[in-house]
Ligand binder design. Structure first.
Ligand code: DSN
Length: 425
């Protein structure tokens, strides 16, 4: 960095420290990834200076020629990647995309059926503290207590009982495939629309590694920074007939000007998602999650649903007598960054939890494969079974640091002023 250190040393220092933290720790947060440098450049471009409102060809500010071309390109690429009839790339986040779909498809007080947060759903799927739970009447389905997979009979029973206008699917902590076709047939039975929030899995869907919800859904929403490996921000896909209502719902319904540099970065992200390298990486993300799950299981850790079909693993820690928050803190102390998570039918509250969610996008992007996943599982098990033993913890910390040095952040060595490399995380 050239200008920031002169202008604002405090912010520059924090950025350097964050770079050091990312480089010198292993992120297993399932909702994180590493944005390529091309995406950082696009997100930091001069499009930040341009204000537009509305859509290409119908703007409220002059000087929009490049912005119009950019938005058209981004929309075209989004539709192409996912085979969608309609795309809106303006939402500032995945939650903003959900808000816009609710605004387009529902009236305040309408009934919606979604997966509960405590069994793998998302805050914006009707949590009482979220706008969604306050404006609409949400009912929630969950997973079967024994198999821990979505209980489709319960979804159908609740749909028949409550006659929702919208059924919401998609999750933030569910390690298995979701049967989109089954949900579509339930939605059809009660004349509900189907919305899928694919934020966690959109990279896997783009690459064709897992089945796409797009052909079965009326609306699909997503963020871009998780498996899709893009910038912050969200997007909506839909059938063409919903386009005008969705356009109005995003602007002027719930947003003003879109963040144009992020639109530029979204365009780059969608282009990258069609490359063979991206597809290969997504297959490896799943292979790595399965290798990690298998190795954790061999250490006696209980996996929710017994394994994974996607990029994440949910560990139920109750059989080793540790709470999720304790595991999270112990792992962070050795340089393994993950998050506590509720497990199905969890007796603990969300700030404590009985579980740990682990994801493989970031470590895969660093070039790690199944062998490294087995090594990471060893390091996790050693940490969790030796909490309080300083000698073991210190040895694990050294081995995590060595693994990080062996697999540096992709492309970061080429960044100017790589001074963060010597900072303490
Ligand atoms: N939805 C949150 C998560 O899954 O961690 C943030 O992306």
């Amino acid at each position: 960095m050239k200008y920031l250190p002169c202008e604002d040393e405090e912010v520059h220092k924090l950025i350097q420290e964050e770079q050091a933290r990312q480089e010198q720790t292993l992120s297993l947060i399932a909702a994180e990834n590493i944005a390529p440098l091309s995406i950082l450049e696009a997100a930091g471009s001069v499009f930040i200076n341009k204000t537009v409102e509305g859509y290409s060809g119908a703007r409220y500010h002059a000087g929009s020629r490049c912005a119009d071309a950019l938005e058209e390109l981004t929309v075209r690429r989004a539709k192409q990647v996912f085979g969608a009839q309609y795309a809106n790339v303006q939402p500032h986040s995945g939650t903003s995309a959900n808000l816009a779909v609710y605004l387009a498809a529902l009236k305040p007080g309408d009934t919606v059926l979604a997966m509960s947060l405590s069994e793998g759903g998302h805050l914006s799927h009707g949590h009482p503290l979220n706008f969604s739970g306050q404006v609409y009447r949400f009912y929630h389905y969950g997973v079967d207590r024994h198999t821990e997979v979505i209980d489709y009979d319960q979804v159908e029973m609740l749909a028949l009982r409550h006659r929702p206008r919208l059924i919401v699917a998609g999750s933030s902590a569910y390690p298995r495939l979701i049967d989109w076709q089954h949900l579509r047939s339930i939605a059809d039975r009660v004349s509900a629309h189907l919305m899928v929030d694919m934020a966690h899995i959109s990279g896997l869907v783009a690459a064709g590694v897992i089945p796409s919800p797009v052909p079965h859904s009326d609306f699909v929403t997503s963020s871009l920074y998780k498996t899709l490996q893009g910038p912050r921000g969200g997007f909506i896909l839909a059938r063409q007939e919903f386009g005008p209502a969705l356009d109005r719902a995003v602007f002027p319904g719930c947003q003003g000007t879109p963040i144009l540099p992020l639109l530029a970065a979204k365009a780059v992200c969608f282009k990258r998602a069609t490359t063979p390298q991206f597809v290969q990486m997504q297959y490896q993300v799943v292979r790595n999650a399965q290798a990690l799950a298998h190795a954790l299981g061999e250490h006696g850790l209980r996996l929710v649903t017994g394994g994974t079909d996607n990029h994440l693993v949910l560990v139920d820690l109750r059989n080793i007598g540790i709470k999720g928050n304790e595991a999270e803190a112990a792992l962070e102390s050795v340089g393994i960054v993950a998050n506590r998570n509720l497990v199905p039918y969890d007796p603990e509250k969300p700030t404590i939890t009985s579980g740990l969610r682990l994801g493989t996008p970031t470590v895969t992007n660093r070039g790690m494969g199944e062998g490294e996943m087995r090594a990471i599982a060893d390091l996790i098990a050693e940490t969790l079974t030796n909490m309080g033993d300083d000698a073991v913890i210190s040895s694990v910390r050294d081995r995590v640091r060595a693994l990080c040095s062996q697999f540096p952040m992709p492309g970061w060595a080429t960044l100017p002023g790589a001074a963060w490399a010597n900072l303490k995380p």
